[in-house]
Design a protein around this ligand. Structure first.
Ligand SMILES: [Fe+2]
Length: 357
């Protein structure tokens, strides 16, 4: 495709992506109980009204059975059998409970997609859950003073929400984009912008706004790759999520389809307040707590295991499947390219014959 045609195609896809965003957000992200739970996660964990959480979950049969199933899953199997929703909430903890509600709602909104072969959904969710967990722990040590750690965790869990739209409505094109970014070692958002005229961060900001999610969630979705461009009030939470995002990639947990991350020094130097004040940088505050953060991530992944990975595949099996899928896409694509060039040669040959050149 020449430059002009590529630009036209990108413009067309951009308009389609924005249209799909509006269409999809006509239905709220979460039901009434999920929205109220999100409000509750904004409170100090010590002040959360457990009876209200219990009432909200108990009134939602699907959620109640999920809480009981998770609380009795292998991950918690060392403990006593959990028979009431209240015990379930206490076993899982408010943050992981919120993650469970958000991820279940998102999976529901984005279901029906044909799979993007180069981006395994289990790996994608592992990445998102891990970033949510890392940012939540990070928030209890630095920055985001006006936000509760639970809020930071939810915003971090949703940071790549824009990718959901590409995956849901543009699976084929997105497959090429993810592969091209991986092969060329480039940031995914750059390749997205070239192909779609819009990247997942910009799209994520739009989705959050259309869904009327709290502003800090939209700021994180829109600026996690360029934290300095966030609104000043949200510099600290966005810096924290950017750090959590690159930390999780560095640790090799899950796969967001975007292998690129900025150099550690660049991210670590982000000041939580974004104003160059004397507060220690995000990296300085959190790098020494690696062990604690990795442990929290493992806990969240344990809680979410049967939601994000219902078939129970092991990490090795998932990676092997992803490698096979990528190899298959490549072979198919090379075959299609060879057939297209043969077709072109055939046509050229006939023309040359015709003009007897
Ligand atoms: Fe991202």
């Amino acid at each position: 495709m020449n430059g002009g045609a590529a630009q036209d195609a990108a413009q067309r896809l951009r308009a389609q992506a924005i249209e799909k965003t509006r269409e999809m957000t006509r239905v709220p992200l979460m039901g009434a109980s999920g929205t109220r739970l999100l409000d509750l996660s904004r409170e100090n964990p010590d002040n959360v009204n457990l009876s209200e959480v219990d009432r909200l979950i108990s009134h939602d049969p699907a959620l109640a059975s999920k809480v009981l199933r998770v609380a009795n899953s292998t991950y918690y199997s060392m403990r006593q059998e959990v028979t009431t929703v209240r015990q379930g909430i206490m076993t899982i903890g408010l943050h992981d409970l919120m993650s469970l509600v958000v991820v279940t709602s998102l999976m529901d909104r984005f279901k029906g997609a044909s799979p993007v072969k180069s981006l395994d959904p289990v790996q994608f969710w592992m990445h998102s859950v891990a970033v949510g967990s890392a940012a939540k722990v990070g928030a209890s040590y630095c920055a985001a003073s006006y936000l509760a750690p639970g809020e930071v965790g939810v915003a971090a869990l949703l940071h790549d929400i824009g990718k959901g739209l590409f995956i849901r409505f543009f699976a084929e094109e997105y497959d090429d984009v993810v592969l091209a970014a991986a092969e060329d070692g480039r940031p995914l958002e750059e390749v997205e912008a070239e192909t779609f005229g819009i990247s997942h961060d910009e799209l994520g900001g739009m989705l959050a706004a259309e869904w009327k999610l709290p502003e800090f969630i939209g700021q994180v979705a829109a600026h996690h790759h360029r934290p300095r461009e966030a609104e000043r009030t949200y510099h600290d939470v966005v810096a924290l999520v950017s750090w959590a995002n690159s930390f999780v990639k560095r640790e090799g947990i899950g796969n967001s389809g975007n292998a690129y991350y900025p150099p550690a020094e660049e991210i670590s130097a982000l000041s939580p307040s974004g104003d160059g004040s004397a507060k220690p940088s995000v990296g300085k505050a959190l790098e020494p707590r690696r062990g604690e953060i990795v442990k929290a991530i493992a806990g969240s992944l344990g809680t979410m295991a049967d939601t994000i990975n219902p078939t129970g595949e092991t990490q090795e099996e998932i990676e092997e499947k992803a490698r096979e899928d990528v190899a298959r896409v490549r072979t198919e694509r090379e075959g299609a390219a060879a057939r297209a060039s043969q077709k072109r040669r055939g046509l050229l040959g006939r023309l040359l014959d015709f003009f007897r050149i």
